[in-house]
Design a protein around this ligand. Structure first.
Ligand SMILES: [Zn+2]
Length: 158
């Protein structure tokens, strides 16, 4: 018997579209039930393939100095870019979070540590992100155990 997808109850309660990334996230759904798997796979591919957005993230230079003050200043006259990268990195975060939640406790860390390490990984750019996405238990687990991340890439945005 297929597992029941809790997303439909969740969406009904909030009167919204059932399968959206935001709903998956709010419902704490890892997206691995039969109905949602295809959607998540497509969203994941969209994020991985968005080379333009990754180039924009990599241009910020987070990997080099993790200086959110500098990056934030750089956005001062470019709100549009700031919002665009903020939104893209939000989706990239959600996709990575789902992959990480699927392996659960193997990753370790408190909620804060987990969140900071994940968004840091997004800030590092596409290569590191894809590595983490493909092997979250090992790549993120190691990063969290070693506290090898800076709080917080999110502070870059307006
Ligand atoms: Zn589902």
């Amino acid at each position: 018997m297929p597992r029941k997808c809790r997303l439909y109850d969740f969406a009904a309660e909030y009167d919204s579209e059932p399968i959206t990334l935001e709903n998956l996230r709010m419902a704490g759904h890892t997206g691995d039930c039969k109905r949602c798997r295809e959607f998540v796979a497509r969203e994941r591919q969209n994020v991985v393939d968005d080379l333009e957005s990754w180039a924009e993230i990599e241009n910020l230079g987070w990997a080099k100095d993790q200086d959110f003050e500098r990056i934030k200043k750089g956005f001062k006259n470019n709100r549009k870019l700031c919002n665009k990268i903020d939104s893209f990195s939000g989706w990239a975060f959600v996709i990575l979070e789902m992959a990480a939640n699927r392996v659960g406790r193997a990753i370790g860390g408190s909620d804060d540590v987990f969140r900071d390490a994940l968004i840091h990984t997004v800030g590092l750019g596409r290569d590191e992100y894809v590595k983490a996405l493909e092997n979250p238990a090992e790549v993120l687990g190691k990063r969290i155990r070693n506290l090898d991340y800076t709080e917080s890439f999110n502070y870059c945005f307006c």
